[in-house]
Design a protein around this ligand. Structure first.
Ligand code: TPP
Ligand code: SF4
Ligand code: MG
Length: 329
């Protein structure tokens, strides 16, 4: 059995908001709904990224709530781009920074972070091609997908990141259909398949873990992909005060495992020695899942357990000395 060292922050982070950097770069005044975990996640990610950051923001809730003229919540350079091309624009910005440094018009030692925020619709569906290109070309960009599991800004339409069985306006639950009819697209694994230096999942309910991962993404040279769970009380039908709890339950049940993959090496950054809670605990208080039958919940449980086991096996395998020496990690 290989001993995997887990960062302390993973365990501490639930209680440790006060340990986060004080500077606010995604500031107050935005118009996100009460309890919006995506807005909290952006705030935390910006604390990690710091002032020398250019943000590229695809169309979606986070762009809409933070930028109506003449107000803005952004204290860093920020560009709003179309739904489909955030990764392409970020690639251009990163290339331009390199050229300016080469031509001596920018101090070559100055570190400028390029950071994308895009929703699950903008990432799993319409922006996937641009993201794939950015990762394949090796741009030094951190791409954060905030996943609220639907097209929230336009009225809760299903995306390919909408979970199995969830009710949305385009996957309605009723007599004929039971909600989303296929399994959630596994974006972190698509990113891992590109062989990029850093891939991680994160959740604002674990703030220090999230901050550490965003920081790590900027320490490593090359593309990084962070898949951020973003509880959406409005679209999911839960009380705003439950947002943090819902994020914790997603991790505690294995519905949204917290892990990172650095140069191909997996590590669960939060693991549960006493085992996972039943997925029903996560599903039962959300309006979007209230129609689920016991059979469907059983099916979801089996899928979640299998995926968690797969992650544990990947962690075990990719930390084995023989694998690490062959893979050079
Ligand atoms: C090409 C194109 N198609 C459709 C839209 C309309 N539109 C704007 S935001 C949005 C939903 C975005 O969903 P997601 O990326 O998940 O972000 P969220 O709103 O959930 O934060 C849609 C469909 C658009 N702006 N451009
Ligand atoms: S609809 Fe959801 S993601 Fe959009 S601002 Fe409201 S809570 Fe946040
Ligand atoms: Mg969305």
């Amino acid at each position: 059995m290989i001993e995997v060292k887990r960062p302390k922050e993973g365990f501490l982070s639930v209680f440790a908001y006060r340990m986060a950097p004080k500077e606010e770069l995604f500031t107050r005044g935005h118009r996100a709904c009460q309890g919006c975990a995506a807005a909290l996640g952006l705030r935390l990610a910006m604390k990690a990224a710091g002032r020398n950051t250019i943000v590229v923001n695809a169309t979606g809730c986070m762009e809409i709530v933070s930028s109506p003229y003449p107000y803005t919540s952004w204290a860093v350079p920020w560009i709003h781009v179309a739904f489909e091309n955030a990764a392409a624009v970020a690639s251009g910005i990163e290339s331009a920074i390199k050229v300016l440094k080469r031509k001596g018009r920018l101090d070559p030692s100055k570190k400028i972070n390029v950071l994308v925020f895009a929703g699950d619709g903008g990432t799993a569906d319409i922006g996937l091609q641009a993201l794939s290109g950015m990762m394949a070309r090796g741009h030094n960009v951190t791409y954060v997908c905030y996943d609220n599991e639907a097209y929230m800004n336009t009225g809760v339409q299903g995306s390919s990141a909408t979970p199995y069985g969830a009710h949305t306006t385009t996957t309605p639950a009723g007599k004929v259909k039971f909600g989303q009819g296929y399994w959630k697209k596994n974006l972190p694994e698509i990113a891992v398949a590109h062989g990029i230096p850093y891939v991680a999942t994160a959740c604002p309910s674990y703030p220090l873990d999230l901050i550490r991962k965003v920081k790590r993404s900027f320490e490593l040279e090359g593309p990084a992909y962070i898949h951020m769970f973003a509880v959406c009380p409005t679209g999911w039908g839960i009380p705003p005060a439950y947002a943090i709890k819902a994020g914790r339950l997603a991790a505690e049940t294995g519905v949204f495992p917290l892990y990172e993959v650095e140069h191909g090496r997996y590590r669960l950054t939060l693991d549960f020695e006493k085992g996972l809670k039943p997925v029903e605990e996560y599903l039962k208080f959300q309006r979007r899942f209230r129609h689920l039958t016991p059979e469907m919940i059983k099916l979801i449980q089996e899928r979640v357990s299998a995926e968690y086991t797969r992650l544990k096996i990947m962690e075990e395998t990719t930390n084995r000395p023989d694998y690490r020496s062959i893979a050079g990690i």
